[in-house]
Write a protein that binds this ligand. Structure first.
Ligand SMILES: [Fe+2]
Ligand SMILES: [Fe+2]
Length: 180
């Protein structure tokens, strides 16, 4: 089975952002390929879902800190992906890890997340680089966000709310050769 990994052309040059993206793909890959017992996998899924929330909260926090003006559009896409991951998590908990669940996760990363990084994260990274910001610690660490309560709202994104993932995808101009 082909690995799920961050395509090299999606490295942004901002170290923190690239590290998060690489890690997120690695976790998704671990879940898709794992033959560990169900309980371990479910814990990995909960972890991945929490990491997605953290990553988005961290990016959004950095956007506010540095005055990035496309913040609202970016945030809207993050909400759509959180809904997608929540749905994946609920399905995995209900059905166990089967082929359907693996396909959901592969598609979420190879299509949705890939497009999001290629278009919107890249724009944010270019903005940061134009201001000379490429050092690590551009993104706040998890502890900071947790203690400020900034992560709470991400856990509460309504899973049954409008799912605009497909619409968002249609809006995107970039189509990488995603094998699904
Ligand atoms: Fe990102
Ligand atoms: Fe993003």
């Amino acid at each position: 089975m082909e690995r799920l990994e961050l395509p090299r052309e999606l490295l942004t040059g901002v170290k923190d952002i690239d590290t998060h993206h690489t890690e997120l793909y690695a976790w998704a890959d671990r879940i898709v390929r794992s033959e560990a017992d169900e309980q371990d996998l479910k814990q990995a899924i909960v972890f991945l879902s929490g990491y997605v929330n953290y990553h988005f909260a961290a990016e959004e926090s950095a956007m506010i800190t540095h005055g990035f003006k496309d913040y609202e559009k970016h945030r809207k896409q993050h909400r759509a992906f959180i809904r997608l991951v929540h749905r994946f998590r609920e399905t995995a908990m209900a059905e166990g890890i089967n082929d359907n669940v693996r396909e959901m996760l592969k598609k979420a990363f190879r299509v949705w997340f890939t497009n999001h990084i290629g278009l919107l994260d890249r724009k944010f990274a270019e903005f940061l680089k134009s201001k000379g910001i490429t050092h690590h610690q551009v993104l706040p660490n998890r502890g900071e966000l947790e203690s400020s309560g900034a992560l709470d709202e991400y856990d509460q994104v309504e899973i049954k709310g409008p799912y605009d993932g497909e619409v968002t995808l249609d809006e995107l101009k970039i189509r990488l050769k995603a094998k699904m």
